[in-house]
Design a protein around this ligand. Structure first.
Ligand code: NAP
Length: 306
C-alpha cells in the first residue's frame, strides 16, 4: 500500500509517498481503507523535529491522526465493527496518511448518514480541540467570547460551538474570512495593529468574559489586558504565557475520545456544525497539501484522499 513517510526531520521535501507493507490488525483493532484524512499544523512541528523533546519521531515515520474510511478487516476481540462498516475517528499511531490504517475499535464511530467523507476524515483533531477549548472557558448565554484564529481548522469549529452555548462571539480573522464568520453569527474583527481597540468596540459596553486563543503570539496577554479572568482564557498554542498568567491549556488531549468525535459527527451530519473544507488533495500531493497548510491562512481543513 501507499503511505506517507519521512526518514529524517526536515522541511516539506522530506515527505514521501512510499510503498509499504499493509498493516495487520491486532486484538481490538480494525484495518480501515482510508477515504479521507485531515492534516494538522502539529504534524509540521513533529516533522521538523520541533517537538522532539515531547513527541519524538522514530524513523521511518508515518503521520496522520484523523481518519475516515471503510473497515476491510477485523482483528480478534473487536467489538462493535464489522467488515464493510463506514467509520471515522483517529489513531495515535501517526499512520492515517496512507491507503490503509489500523485503528483501535474504541477510537472509531460509525459514519453518520450524509456526513461527507472529507468532513468525517478531518473531524478528530480540530473537532476535539475546539470542543475542549469551549469546555475550558465555559461560555454562558449572552457572555462575550473572543476567538483568535477564528476561521482556521480549530477556530471555525470553536466559534460555532461557543455560539451554540448562546454566547456573543467575536472572531479574529483576516478580511477574506469575515463574511463566513458573519454568516455564522460571529462578529468578525481583523487582527494586527489596534486589535484591542477593535475588540472593545465590537464588545460595546459589555466586558469580554472569555478568550479562546488558537494562534498564540501575544493573545493570552491581550486577553489579560482586556480584563478576562485567567481561568476563562484558554490557549492551545502558548503554554508559556498560560503558565505565566494562570490561563488554561485544554486541547486535543482533554477531549480525545470517540465519544466526542461521535457527538460532533452527528451534529455536523444534521447541519448543526459546519466543518469548512479548505481543499482536498490526493495522497500523492501530500507536499502540496502541507505547502498550503504552512502558509497559515487556510479556511477550515485541508484533507488528503488516497
Ligand atoms: N494543543 C492542542 O491540542 C492543539 C490541537 C490542534 C491544533 N493546535 C495548534 O493550534 C494552532 C491552530 O491550528 P489550526 O489547525 O486551527 O490551524 P490553521 O487551520 O492553519 O489556522 C490558522 C489560523 O491562524 C490565523 N492567523 C494567521 N495569522 C494570524 C494572526 N497574526 N493573528 C491571528 N490569527 C492569525 C489564520 O487566520 P486567517 O486565515 O484569517 O488569516 C488561520 O485561520 C496551530 O498552532 C496548531 O498547532 C493545538
Amino acid at each position: 500500500m501507499k503511505a506517507v513517510r519521512f526518514h529524517t526531520y526536515g522541511e516539506i521535501d522530506v515527505l514521501r509517498v512510499e510503498e509499504v507493507e499493509r498493516p495487520v490488525p491486532g486484538p481490538g483493532q480494525v484495518l480501515v481503507e482510508v477515504r479521507a484524512a485531515g492534516i494538522q499544523p502539529g504534524e509540521v512541528m513533529i516533522r521538523r523535529g520541533a517537538r522532539h523533546g515531547r513527541w519524538p519521531a522514530t524513523f521511518p515515520s508515518g503521520q496522520g491522526s484523523d481518519l475516515a474510511g471503510v473497515v476491510v478487516e477485523t482483528g480478534p476481540e473487536v467489538r462493535g465493527f464489522a467488515v464493510g462498516d463506514e467509520v471515522l475517528g483517529f489513531t495515535h499511531g501517526r499512520a492515517s496518511h496512507a491507503e490503509y490504517v489500523v485503528a483501535e475499535d474504541v477510537n472509531l464511530v460509525v459514519r453518520p448518514d450524509g456526513l461527507p467523507w472529507e468532513v468525517a476524515g478531518s473531524l478528530y483533531v480540530a473537532g476535539t480541540t475546539a470542543y475542549a477549548t469551549v469546555f475550558a472557558v465555559d461560555p454562558r448565554p449572552d457572555e462575550t467570547v473572543v476567538v483568535s484564529g477564528a476561521a482556521g481548522g480549530v477556530g471555525s469549529l470553536a466559534v460555532q460551538l461557543a455560539r451554540r452555548r448562546g454566547a456573543i462571539v467575536i472572531g479574529l480573522a483576516s478580511e477574506p474570512n469575515h463574511a463566513w464568520l458573519a454568516a455564522h453569527g460571529v462578529v468578525p474583527v481583523g487582527y494586527g495593529e489596534g486589535v484591542a481597540d477593535r475588540i472593545r468596540k465590537a464588545a460595546g459596553d459589555r466586558p469580554v468574559d472569555a478568550f479562546i486563543d488558537t494562534f498564540g503570539d501575544g493573545y493570552v496577554d491581550l486577553a489579560v489586558d482586556l480584563g478576562v479572568p485567567p481561568e476563562r482564557i484558554n490557549t492551545i498554542r502558548d503554554w508559556q504565557a498560560a503558565a505565566r498568567v494562570g490561563a488554561r491549556t485544554y486541547g486535543e488531549g482533554s477531549a480525545a475520545s470517540a465519544v466526542v468525535v461521535g457527538e460532533l459527527a452527528r451534529l455536523a451530519a444534521r447541519g448543526g456544525l459546519e466543518v469548512p473544507i479548505a481543499r482536498v488533495y490526493p495522497l500523492a500531493q501530500v507536499r502540496d497539501a502541507f505547502t498550503e497548510l504552512e502558509q497559515g491562512h487556510a479556511h477550515g481543513k485541508i484533507v488528503l484522499r488516497p
